[in-house]
Design a protein around this ligand. Structure first.
Ligand code: SAM
Ligand code: SF4
Length: 350
């Protein structure tokens, strides 16, 4: 697919858009079947050493009450995931790289593997780390990693991050390369509808995913947060429903471009439309991340306004999602890892 064709799809309306969505769904069903896999999301700490201009839990937001879930709380959430046959968990946090943090994640990964007899799959999403840290976490048993590039445009990246050595585009790219080299299934993604972002840049993001040959993708709409620097540009934003529509088209086009990768239906979709994640599943996504973060912490992991599921406990969340997924005509892959077929294909022996 040429860039101009992708741009056409991203701008499509009416029958053209419906046919894009139909084709994306068909490609997913033909390549991967109609199963949707759950990854229980545990946002285990909002302490972060970075200051991304878009993010509500950035270091300089002094209004945030910082927390770190205890080992017991994290393991209880993982046990819930295991007992409810979710297949996998995602451990996500602000970015830190102290030896204490790296040791702790390694220990938690080993413990999750131990109590589940190796059954629970583990995805990490803890930001940029050294090769050694990635290696240690991989050896401990984590096998997937999510690190969004946020935008593949170095110029836009520079506008949405502080200009210092902690926040460079090159470091982000290098981290994605290290993840691949240390044997992870690599997931990345972008925010859609950022201030200053163009449709051309979004098309380039999709081609970037193909070029670096990702295994998984999680992308969703950018949603403003009052206590962040990007908030001052809110007058430049597309209306939320348009960001939502653009996000669905991005998912559908990516499914056509990379039929065998895993695509997650991002939580931010649900912040705009209560049925947002199910709509993403209907246009080609095949992974959903029910929130298993202990309820007392959820209001302190507010990346953006109107983040959903702040009060729903894990049990409620599961029942609600189950019904909604079945409505889309998909089936939930209970007790399965649902690994990226793309990763299996690219690492298969000749
Ligand atoms: N700290 C790790 C990192 O940055 O990779 C993982 C946690 S971070 C909160 C996860 C993702 O949240 C980021 O990659 C970013 O795309 C997304 N995010 C942050 N602020 C957002 C916003 N205002 N709207 C939508 N997504 C946002
Ligand atoms: Fe920290 Fe991640 Fe938020 Fe950036 S996006 S401020 S690294 S939590």
């Amino acid at each position: 697919m040429e860039k101009s064709e992708i741009i056409g799809f991203l701008r499509s309306e009416g029958e053209e858009r419906s046919s894009l969505f139909r084709r994306a769904r068909e490609v997913r069903d033909q390549t991967l079947g109609n199963k949707v896999y759950f990854r229980g999301l545990i946002e285990f700490s909002n302490i972060c050493s970075k200051d991304c201009f878009y993010c509500g839990i950035r270091k300089s937001n002094k209004r945030v009450v910082r927390y770190e879930a205890t080992d017991e709380e994290i393991l209880t959430a993982c046990r819930f995931a295991w007992e409810n046959r979710f297949g996998s968990v995602v451990l996500q946090s602000g970015e830190r790289s102290s030896p204490r943090f790296v040791d702790r994640v390694e220990r938690l990964v080993r413990e999750i593997k131990r109590f589940s007899g190796g059954e629970l799959g583990i995805t990490l999403s803890c930001g940029e780390q050294s090769r050694e840290s990635y290696q240690r976490w991989r050896e401990a048993g984590a096998h997937r990693y999510l690190l969004r590039i946020e935008t593949s445009s170095p110029a836009l990246y520079a506008r949405i991050h502080p200009q210092n050595s902690l926040h460079t585009f090159e470091k982000r790219l290098e981290a994605l390369r290290l993840l691949r080299e240390t044997g992870f299934q690599v997931g990345t993604g972008v925010m859609i509808g950022l201030p200053f972002q163009t449709v051309e840049e979004l098309a380039a993001d999709l081609l970037f995913f193909r070029e670096i040959d990702i295994d998984m993708c999680g992308m969703g709409p950018y949603i403003e947060h009052e206590h962040t620097p990007l908030y001052q540009y809110r007058h430049l934003l597309l209306p939320r429903e348009e960001r939502f529509g653009l996000a669905l088209r991005m998912i559908a086009v990516l499914r056509l471009l990379m039929p065998d990768i895993n695509i997650a239906a991002a939580t931010a979709l649900q912040a705009i439309d209560p049925a947002g994640r199910e709509k993403a599943v209907a246009v080609g996504a095949n992974v959903i991340m029910p929130n298993l973060t202990p309820c007392q912490y959820r209001r302190d992991y507010l990346l953006y306004e109107d983040k959903p599921c702040l009060d729903e406990d894990a049990e409620l969340c599961r029942n609600c999602l189950e019904a909604r997924i079945e409505l889309t005509g998909s089936e939930i892959g209970y007790g399965e890892w649902g690994d990226s077929k793309h990763f299996q294909h690219r690492t298969a022996l000749p």
